[in-house]
Design a protein around this ligand. Structure first.
Ligand code: UDP
Length: 262
């Protein structure tokens, strides 16, 4: 399999063509952005951690029957994925109110919701990803009623699974964002989960201390983002205690003189 030309570059990932038909390569960058690209930084090692964490979660999801675009991780920063046409909607699922929901509606930060709340945002950076209703989706034909019905069901299943997965490692899943895509060259117009699921796209709080283990560390200048992402990876059993996600720099090996056998 050969990597081809760059097809698309987003804020945190790049998509490359590849020699396999209907597949592309997804590359995770170290770029961190927030507030619709107004705050930017490079955080060394973030892409490597997100690649691993997303691979771990998407693999589990496909094992429980949630079809997604991941085929396999290729290396530290790249995954082979199925080529889809992304539906231009960001699907947000919330279990605890925080972030834009609290600002928009004056809900107290940390309010535990009785039921998971699904929100839809138009995927358009130029417009600041505005919140939209189902009626907007149908009126402007961004997705059909049938598609949204299916996606909503999947969102609840994904949420149930992720809440359990993170609860098992002492983390509260506060909220998350996912995207879906229509499979290319598929005459059934099948929709699958796409993009990534990582601490960049979820809010994760430690169960006991409510310490933030996600991109809010960057948004709110809390520092130690890599340490938090490593903590998530370690708890999920991806990183071992002493693992160092930054590329290791080894000293040049010294020439060793071999003793002659006497
Ligand atoms: N989110 C995301 N990408 C976006 C917007 C939101 O991954 O472009 C995630 C975010 O990390 C959080 C959830 O979606 O886990 C809900 O985000 P919210 O609407 O509160 O947005 P924010 O406060 O980041 O503006």
């Amino acid at each position: 399999m050969k990597k081809g030309k760059k097809l698309y570059e987003g804020k945190a990932k790049i998509i490359y063509a590849c020699s396999e038909k209907n597949y592309v390569i997804q590359h995770f960058k170290d770029d961190a952005t927030a507030f619709n690209n107004q705050k930017k930084s490079i955080i060394e090692g973030k892409g490597i951690l997100n690649n691993r964490i997303s691979e771990h979660i998407l693999t589990y999801l496909s094992q429980v029957g949630i079809k997604n675009h991941l085929v396999k991780r290729i290396n530290m920063r790249e995954q082979l994925i199925q080529h889809v046409n992304i539906i231009p909607i960001e699907f947000i699922v919330r279990n605890i109110a925080t972030g834009s929901l609290t600002k928009r509606l004056g809900i107290e930060d940390g309010t535990v919701l009785d039921e998971p709340l699904i929100e839809y945002c138009l995927k358009d950076d130029g417009l600041g990803d505005p919140l939209i209703s189902k009626e907007h989706i149908f009126t402007f034909k961004w997705a059909t009623k049938k598609e949204i019905e299916k996606i909503d069901k999947q969102l609840h299943r994904i949420n149930d699974f992720l809440v359990g997965l993170f609860r098992g490692v002492g983390i509260k899943l506060v909220d998350f964002k996912v995207e879906f895509g229509r499979l290319k060259n598929n005459n059934k117009n099948e929709i699958i989960l796409a993009d990534e699921i990582s601490p960049d796209t979820c809010r994760l709080w430690d169960m006991d201390t409510e310490k933030k283990l996600d991109k809010d560390r960057f948004r709110k200048n809390l520092g130690n983002l890599i340490e938090a992402y490593q903590d998530v990876a370690r708890r999920l059993g991806i990183l071992h205690e002493q693992s160092n996600i930054r590329p290791l720099k080894f000293p040049k090996p010294k020439a060793v003189k071999l003793k002659k056998n006497k």
